[in-house]
Design a protein around this ligand. Structure first.
Ligand code: MN
Length: 130
């Protein structure tokens, strides 16, 4: 579903550039946040179709940011994919249990990234008033 807006939350500049380049080349529009606080503000303001959420952020964890998105009715239904460099055994189960809609480990496989984005993009729909 190209053309959808995706919020990329990532504090590593190189990873951010990679995600942006890949998503834009595929036809998606992107919003960028390098902190959890920025992400919450942009998500509430723009209602993106999907959020890619880095787990290690400067001001709060991606898990905390997810939990705050879920408790705000403006952002509660936006699908959120966890992106983590931790890559520890049991990560997927842990992040799915935390409420993420999907999980990607770094280094991110581009085909896997795009497959996940396509699968989840717009799945929850927008809030009725948007
Ligand atoms: Mn990070």
């Amino acid at each position: 579903m190209a053309g959808e807006q995706i919020l990329v939350v990532e504090d590593n500049e190189r990873s951010m550039k990679l995600f942006q380049d890949v998503l834009r080349a595929t036809g998606y529009r992107t919003l960028e946040a390098s902190t959890g606080g920025q992400a919450l503000m942009l998500a509430a303001r723009h209602g993106p179709a999907l959020v890619l959420m880095d787990i290690r952020l400067p001001d709060m964890s991606g898990v905390e940011a997810l939990s705050r998105l879920r408790t705000d009715e403006r952002t509660a239904r936006i699908p959120v994919l966890a992106v983590t460099a931790q890559a520890m055994k049991g990560d997927r189960a842990r992040f799915m249990q935390a409420g993420f809609d999907g999980y990607l480990s770094k280094p991110v496989d581009i085909d896997e990234l795009l497959a996940n984005v396509e699968q989840h993009c717009g799945r929850a729909g927008r809030a009725p008033d948007r």
